[in-house]
Design a protein. Structure first.
Length: 268
C-alpha cells in the first residue's frame, strides 16, 4: 500500500508541474491562450484573499440571474486555463469566475497576477497556501449574486474545492477534475474518503483514465445519490480541467457527461 501511495503522490506532482512555468505543455496551452486573445468576453475583477493579498480573476457574466461556477486552475497555470471553457458554460446558462490562485504561473503570454503578487511580497505559493484564496473567492462569488456557488477545480485545486464544499454552506455543488486523497497521505489534510461518506451535495468527479482508481477510492464505502457522479472516460482522457479545452482530444465525452450533470443540478 505504501508503494501505491508514493506512486500516486508522485503522479500528482508530475502532472501538476514542479515549477511555476509551462514547458512541456506549450502546444496545448497555446490553443487555450489563443481563445483568450481572440474572445474578450470577461471583466477583470479583484478582491482580497484572507491574508489581504489581492486576487485577480476574470468574470464571465451573461445574466445576473444565472448560477455562478467558480473555476480554479492547476499548479503552474492561471485563470486562462478556462479560456474557451467559461464561454461554453455561459451558453449552458452559467456565469463563471476564473480565479488566479497564488499556487500557479503563466500560460504562454498570460500571467498569473495573484502568483506574481505573492512572489513579490515573499508569500509562500505551495498547494495549501492557495486554500485561503479559494475561501476568499467563494465569499466574493456568493456576494455577487447572493446565492450558493458551484466550485470547479483542476488537479491540486480539485481536491481543495472538495474540502471547501464539505464545510461551506455557500457551496451548492462541486466539480472536480483529477482529485485524490494525497493531502491525507502526506499528512496535511484529513482522510477525504472518510469525510465524503456523509456528503450530500451534488458532485461530479473525473480524471484521466489512468487516474480513475484514485478518484474511485474517494467514494468507497458510500451510497451515491443520483447527482453524485464519478465519470470514467472511455478514451485516455486528460489530467485536470484541460479535458474541457476547445477541440481537445476526447474532450467531448467529458462535456457530454458534465452537461447531463448540470441539467439535473438545482441551485437555489
Amino acid at each position: 500500500m505504501k508503494k501505491v501511495v508514493v506512486a500516486f503522490i508522485g503522479l500528482i506532482l508530475i502532472s501538476c508541474g514542479e515549477t511555476n512555468s509551462i514547458q512541456s505543455d506549450n502546444s496545448d496551452n497555446s490553443d487555450s491562450t489563443q481563445v483568450a486573445e481572440d474572445v474578450k468576453t470577461f471583466t477583470k475583477v479583484e478582491f482580497p484573499s484572507k491574508d489581504s493579498l489581492t486576487i485577480s480573476a476574470n468574470l464571465y457574466e451573461v445574466d445576473n440571474t444565472y448560477p455562478l461556477i467558480i473555476l480554479f486552475h492547476q499548479r503552474g497555470f492561471c485563470k486562462f486555463e478556462y479560456a474557451g471553457v467559461a464561454e461554453r458554460f455561459n451558453k449552458l446558462g452559467y456565469n463563471c469566475l476564473a480565479v488566479d490562485l497564488r499556487c500557479g504561473g503563466p500560460i504562454a503570454n498570460e500571467p498569473n497576477e495573484t502568483w506574481l503578487r505573492a512572489v513579490e511580497q515573499n508569500k509562500p505559493t505551495e498547494f495549501l497556501d492557495a486554500d485561503q484564496d479559494i475561501a476568499a473567492a467563494i465569499d466574493y462569488g456568493y456576494s455577487l449574486y447572493e446565492r450558493p456557488v458551484i466550485l470547479l477545480g483542476s488537479s491540486y485545486s480539485s481536491t481543495l474545492v472538495i474540502f471547501h464544499a464539505l464545510t461551506n454552506e455557500h457551496v451548492a455543488a462541486v466539480i472536480s477534475f483529477s482529485p485524490g486523497n494525497y493531502f491525507f497521505y502526506e499528512g496535511s489534510k484529513p482522510d477525504l474518503t472518510a469525510e465524503l461518506i456523509d456528503f450530500e451535495k451534488p458532485f461530479f468527479f473525473t480524471a484521466a483514465k489512468e487516474e480513475m482508481p484514485y478518484v474511485r477510492e474517494l467514494v468507497l464505502g458510500r451510497q451515491r445519490t443520483e447527482n453524485q457522479i464519478v465519470f470514467a472516460p472511455e478514451g485516455e482522457g486528460h489530467h485536470g480541467a484541460r479535458a474541457l479545452w476547445p477541440d481537445q482530444v476526447d474532450g467531448e465525452e467529458y462535456w457530454a457527461a458534465l452537461e447531463l450533470f448540470l441539467q439535473k443540478l438545482e441551485v437555489e
